[in-house]
Every structure is written in C-alpha cells, then in structure tokens.
Design a protein around this ligand. Structure first.
Ligand code: ADP
Length: 280
C-alpha cells in the first residue's frame, strides 16, 4: 500500500507554487481531540525549517500529512500546487524507532529504492540508476559502506543512508522525523554538513526535533506546534516566553538569562520514548 502511493506520479507539480501549503488542516486519529487543528502555513523553496513542540504536539502527524500517509479530515495539503499523496519529489525519513532495521537489505539497496520511485517497479535499474546511487552515497560519505546491512549501521549513518535515498530519488523536499535524536554531536554535525549541501542544491528541508537550541541555531525558521501553530518564523520571534508557556505549559522552565536570551529547559520529554537501537 505504502509503496503504491510512493510511486504515484505527480499530477500537477507546479514549480512556482509553494513547496508545501496547508490550509485549515485538521487531522484526527480517533474520536478524541484532533492531532492537528486548523493548521495553515506555507514553505518556500530552499528553506530549512524545524518543527518543535512537546511530545504529542502533532509533529509526526504534520510530516505524514505532507508525505501523503495521512489525509486531513478538513482543509487541504498541497505540495507544489498539487494535492499531497505520494509525490515523487518528497523524500520522507521516518523516525528511526519506526523502521524495521532487521530487514535484510544493504545500504545500496535502500538507496536504489529511491530510484524505483523514478523508474517504476517493473523496470530494471540501469547503469545511470546505479551511478546515481553511488553518487548519492558519495555525497553523504557512505559509499564505502554500500554493501553493509542497514541494521549494522550507527544511528547517524542510517540517517545519512536515508538522505542518500532521497538524493537518488531526486527529491526536492526532504522530511525528517526526529533525525537528530540520540545522535552524538559529531553525528549531528555530519547531518548538518549534508543539509548544507542540500541547501546549495535548492532542496527544502523540514525536520521535527525536540532540541530547541539546535532548532534556533541551525534552521531558517521554526514552527512551534501544539495541535495548532503557536508561532512560525525566526527563532527570536517564535521562542518567546509566552509562546513557550503556551506550547509546553508547566513542563517548560523559561529562565531569563543575560542579554535578553532565554535559557530553556524542556522537562517534558526527559527519558521518554527516545529509545535508541544501537548496532555497534
Ligand atoms: P509528535 O510527533 O509531536 O510527538 P504525533 O504527531 O506523534 O506528535 O501525535 C499527535 C497526537 O496524535 C498525539 O496525541 C498522539 O497520541 C496521537 N497519535 C499519533 N499517532 C497515532 C495513532 N497511530 N493512533 C492514534 N493516535 C495517534
């Protein structure tokens, strides 16, 4: 099911339209409160945006709506001017804990899957496809490990393989769900170096993260989410004490620091679901 929607060709991909446009989007899982409620925003080409907010704020839900995995109950999600749903221009990197890493595929296989989206399931990958796979692995510094099983890689290496898959797919929009969680600083740096390369190629990158500091330091714009958008823009405008209180309530301690800066302590998510799969 997922694969079929993944290989659907874009119908009205308009390069001049916003990369992503939500208009009044509401998404429910069951009968209770919606996971997202009346969410509207647009992304422009080439920007790097972080979605922040407490656990359960709807960050994954928002990414899945863009990827076409979830359909809104109300409102519309457009990608390059066309209704979302398996756009070939989207590379989606799910949370690591949601991937079956024991699946017996090699690094090169995973990246070649990005080509399947382009060439179709029934066609053999050709020399150009294999060349693109090799180039994509080169770009993320993973070519030497092309023959490894993906389960043998570290968390940071796995993220890089998924980025390579998006490159092989010639994605224009990269969605990453908590890619930085559980990575040490050098591994995070490696990811940011690659994201810088992608920026130079005009890719738009949307990343969910718990890390407000990284979000503020390393992204063009921040979306502060808690079922609804509390703020969307530059970090200084979004991470205000009032907005943070609205997003995190009593879980967030906002400590005024020197020179008008804020020291933030997110006590909400300490020790929760960030279990890592280590494969050392
Ligand atoms: P975040 O990524 O910010 O932690 P999610 O998008 O995962 O938030 O979740 C938003 C809300 O939707 C939460 O209340 C969560 O419990 C609920 N939710 C997420 N996935 C499911 C699901 N598969 N079934 C039912 N409820 C879900």
């Amino acid at each position: 099911m997922a694969l079929r929607s993944f290989i659907r060709k874009p119908e009205n991909h308009r390069p001049d339209a916003p990369v992503v446009e939500f208009r009044g989007v509401t998404i429910h899982y069951g009968d209770g409160k919606p996971a997202l409620e009346d969410v509207s925003f647009a992304l422009t080409r080439g920007e790097r945006v972080a979605i922040v907010g407490p656990n359960g704020a709807g960050k994954s839900t928002l990414l899945k709506a863009i990827a076409g995995i979830l359909t809104p109950a109300a409102g519309s999600v457009d990608v390059y001017g066309a209704v979302s749903g398996g756009h070939i221009c989207i590379g989606y990197v799910p949370q690591r804990s949601h991937v079956d890493w024991s699946f017996p595929v090699t690094v090169a296989d995973v990246v070649l899957m990005g080509r399947v989206a382009r060439i179709g399931l029934l066609h053999q990958a050709g020399r150009d496809d294999h060349r693109l796979v090799a180039e994509s692995l080169d770009q993320v510094g993973m070519r030497a490990l092309a023959g490894r099983q993906i389960g043998e890689l570290s968390g940071g290496q796995q993220q890089r393989v998924f980025i390579a898959r998006a490159l092989a797919q010639e994605a224009e929009l990269l969605l990453m769900d908590e890619p930085l969680t559980g990575l040490d600083t050098p591994s995070q740096e490696a990811i940011f170096n690659i994201l810088d390369l992608l920026r130079a190629r005009g890719l738009t990158v949307l990343v969910s993260t718990h890390d407000l500091q990284l979000a503020a330091d390393r992204f063009d714009r921040l979306m502060l989410l808690r079922r609804q958008i509390i703020g969307f823009g530059r970090a200084a405008a979004v991470l205000t004490p009032a907005n943070l209180r609205q997003a995190y309530g009593s879980h967030m301690t906002v400590i005024p620091a020197t020179e008008g800066e804020l020291a933030l302590s997110d006590t909400c998510c300490a020790g929760d679901d960030e279990e890592e799969h280590h494969h050392d």
